[in-house]
Every structure is written in C-alpha cells, then in structure tokens.
Design a protein around this ligand. Structure first.
Ligand code: PLP
Length: 480
C-alpha cells in the first residue's frame, strides 16, 4: 500500500457531502445484492428493495420507459448502418432527424465543438424562444453533460474569494449545491423555504439575510440559487415572487442561477404552470445576470444516464462568455449522445409527423402516472398521525415532515445517528424502502423530514408499508 493518505488530498474534498447516494443508498444496495444472491434464504423481512431515494426514472425496478423516438434517433446515430439493415424499423421522421444530425455531426465518436454542436444549440435557442416568446441566441447557450456540470462550473467561476464569496441557496436544497460549494470553498448562505405556505420562497427572508450578511461583512453574496420546480419540495414559485426575486437580484447585484430541470414535471399545469426566469428577467427589463439550467435527466425524458443538458446565459458579457468557453474547452466537449438527447428534447415530434402519436401516448402516460402517484401518496401520508406532507405541484418528490418522540431522538443519539437518519434506516431495515433523510437537504432545527420520489410502481402497497412502518415506529418510541 502506498503512503498516500486522505490527509494528502485537497482538504475541501473532505467537506463534500451528497446524501442522495449516502449511507442509506449504500445499505439499500447491499440489501439488493443479498436478495438477488439468496432469493429464498436472504433472511430479510422484504423480497425487494424499493428505490425511492433518487430521481432516476429509468432505474431498474422502476417503471418509466424510455421514449421510443429518442432511442430510435440515438440508435441511428450510434450505428449508421441500421438505416440500411432495418429500413422498416424506423419511422420516416426519425430517419430524417438522424440524417440531419449526421450531416452536421458525423460520427458521434468524434469530439464536437466544446460549447456543443452549433446546430443543436440553434435548436435549443428556438425551443427557448417558442417557450418564452423572446429571442434566445445559440452563442449564449452551452450544452453540458447534465445540468450538474453547468452548475458546478458556474459556481466554481463565481467563487472569486474562497471562504468569502457567498451563494444563497434554498433550504431544503438539492445537495449538488452544498457539495459544490464545499468543493470550491464557497460560502453557502442558506435561506429557508416556508413549509407552512406550500414550501414557498420568501423574498423578505432573503432580503433580511442579505442585510445581515452585509452588516457582518465577512461574506460577499454573489449569486442566488433558485430551484423551480423545487427539489426536494416539489414547489413551484408563483409569478409575483419570481418578479420580486429578479428585483432583489438587481438591487443586490446577484447573479441568478435558475435550476429549472423539472420544468416539464408539472402535476397540475392548469393551476400551477411553469414560467421560466428567462421570461421574467426579459419582461422586467432589468439587467440581471441570469444562468438557467435544463436537462434531459428529468421530465418525461428521464435519460439521466445519457448525461445531457444545457445552460443559457442572459445579460452576461461577452468576455465572461469567453471565459466560460475557455473553461468548457478544457474538458473538450459534452457527451455526443447527451447532446443528441437534448436535440430530441427541444425538438420532439410534431403533429402530423409519423412518430407523433406514439410520442404523445408515451409522454401522456408518464405525466398521468406521476400525477396520480403524487395524489395518492399525499393523501395517504397526510392521513397518518404525526406525518404532514405538502402537496407538490411539480418535480418528482414529496418531502413529508415526521414528528419523532423524545424517546426516538434519544435512541438515535445513543447510536450516534441524526434522528431522521435513524428513522430512515429503520424504515429500510423493516420494509426495503430507501428514502433520503431530511438532514441531507437541510431542515429547521428540531424538525425531521424525508424525501421520497413518485417514481416507484405499486404505489398502494408501497405507501401502505410506509404508513404501517410509521405506526409501528411510533408504538416502539411513543410520544409521552
Ligand atoms: C434540482 C436538480 N438540479 C440538477 C440535477 C442534476 O441533473 P443532471 O442529471 O442533469 O446533472 C438534479 C438531479 O436530481 C436536480 O434535482
């Protein structure tokens, strides 16, 4: 063994935490292997592990199928000869799409432009323009290997003074943000979302924090992160609040980082539509610097293993765009299949095209299943004493709050665990259901939550187990 030790590494790496793939996920994986290797003699009180911990729609055991159109285009791009070998296997519009992309890209085994294939960026700009009603420019768009790559790059670039450059992040938040800030020694400035008001964003709270930070003079706020629709809350920010957020960013000279990867995961679009921050910034007429992130990982796409996404820069100067370009060129280019996935996302089949009917059927079925599951889960969880769950109009998650007794908290302490981790581990041990404890996303002192996804099939049985477990746990550790 070499003498290389953890102490020899960049100390910032030791501070990085990412609960979504943490202790619970590792234990769940061990259980999965145990059941698989000993199907009749595993000795566990369940026969399968339910992965409710991660927004990974096509994960084995979950039931979101890939969209046929995407896979057909991808297949033709991967293996060009298929077009001749199996000419009847592909609809005409798929062949035309693959031909067009091939004409521009050639073999997907080659590096592309570091900012992403120009034609695909043009299609992204057209998609944004059609969505918002305002122009978008391919030069301001960067294709990425998933939204995470873009978020990480932008955060790393904004930390001009390690330890002192501050970024406002929502709590609860998707831990990419705390992890990236830890990695690049940025200072998180957490603002709390209001659970009593549907996990809403309070601009007054953010303003007070900014004033406090200013008075203390230790940290300089540089950017504000908004996750809309929210992870883990599933909340959607209303238009009025969006306007106020943009105003605040102008007032305090903050870069707005808008994580909009769940923009098409809307469970009640009639009452809770999505409005992009790009649209809000343009309509405000304010010169607020905005970077908006989108991805093929979520929505009806769920192609998260393909690693595709993009970010759009608005009101960002050309010299900064040039710096971003320099940085993305260091890693050469985003994965080509991810870029092709982005093209399919921003240019789905149109009415009248051969693939349209199947596309519509597949996407409607996914939206319907997610909305129905959310409805069922919220109702079942809210019927349990000691559990309250905000109904979520967007994204892929619920974030119920659980009341834990002093006895449960003491029992957790006695084994050196946070109470919500203790609860989630007990849930996994008893039922095989893997959730993520709230401490991985952040919560107010003394509160306990967990996040679960709405991606698991067999929702009645699964939520029934959650409810039964909570009741048993409360009997074991009663409130006095
Ligand atoms: C809010 C949010 N942003 C970004 C990501 C990462 O997305 P990607 O797979 O595109 O990197 C996720 C993944 O769960 C997420 O929930």
């Amino acid at each position: 063994m070499s003498k290389l030790s953890v102490d020899d590494l960049n100390p910032a790496i030791r501070n990085v935490q990412y609960a979504v793939r943490g202790e619970l996920a590792i234990k769940a994986e061990q259980y999965r292997v145990k059941v698989q290797q000993n199907p009749t003699s595993h000795g566990l009180p369940f026969n399968h592990v339910i992965s409710s911990n991660i927004g990974n729609p096509q994960q084995k055991g979950l039931d979101q199928p890939p969209l046929t159109f995407v896979r057909q285009v991808a297949a033709l791009m991967d293996y060009r000869d298929l077009k001749n070998i199996a000419p009847n296997a592909f609809p005409k519009d798929v062949i035309a799409r693959a031909d067009e992309l091939w004409e521009e890209i050639g073999s997907i085994g080659a590096y592309s432009h570091s900012q992403g294939v120009p034609l695909i960026r043009r299609h992204v700009a057209e998609f944004i323009q059609a969505r918002d009603g305002y122009p978008a420019y391919p030069e301001h768009i960067f294709l990425t290997g998933g939204a995470s790559a873009g978020v990480s790059l932008l955060i790393s670039m904004l930390i001009s003074d390690p330890g002192k450059s501050g970024i406002l992040i929502p709590i609860p938040q998707y831990p990419l943000y705390t992890a990236t800030l830890a990695q690049f020694s940025g200072a998180p400035i957490p603002y709390y979302l209001d659970e009593t008001n549907g996990w809403s964003t309070s601009v007054n709270e953010i303003r007070s924090l900014l004033e406090k930070t200013r008075q203390e003079g230790k940290v300089q706020p540089k950017a504000l992160v908004i996750i809309n629709p929210g992870n883990p809350t599933g909340a959607l920010i209303d238009r009025n609040t969006q306007d106020e957020i943009v105003h605040l960013c102008e007032q305090y000279n903050l870069v707005l980082l808008a994580d909009e990867v769940y923009q098409t995961n809307l469970h009640r679009p009639e009452t809770h539509p999505f409005t992009s921050f790009k649209k809000v910034v343009v309509e405000s007429g304010k010169d607020v610097a905005l970077v908006s992130f989108h991805s093929i990982s979520k929505g009806v796409f769920g192609e998260c293993g393909r690693r595709g996404g993009y970010f759009e820069c608005t009101n960002i100067s050309d010299d900064i765009i040039a710096m971003i370009y320099k940085m993305v060129s260091v890693t050469l280019c985003p994965p080509l299949q991810g870029q092709i996935g982005v093209d399919c996302m921003v240019r789905p089949p149109k009415k009248g095209e051969e693939s349209y009917a199947l596309w519509e059927k597949e996407t409607n079925a996914i939206h319907k299943a997610l909305a129905e599951r959310i409805r069922h889960m919220v109702a079942a969880l809210n019927a349990v004493e000691g559990v309250s769950c905000v109904d979520s109009p967007g994204a892929l998650y619920l974030y119920p709050q659980i009341q834990l007794s002093d006895k449960a908290i003491e029992a957790a302490k006695s084994v050196g665990k946070a109470p919500d981790v203790f609860y989630a581990l007990a849930l996994l041990d008893a039922t095989g259901i893997c959730v993520v404890p709230g401490s991985g996303f952040g919560q107010k002192e003394g509160e306990h939550h967990y996040r679960l996804t709405c991606l698991c099939p067999g929702v009645e049985e699964y939520v029934g187990k959650l409810v039964e477990f909570h009741e048993d746990f409360t009997k074991k550790y009663p409130h006095v």
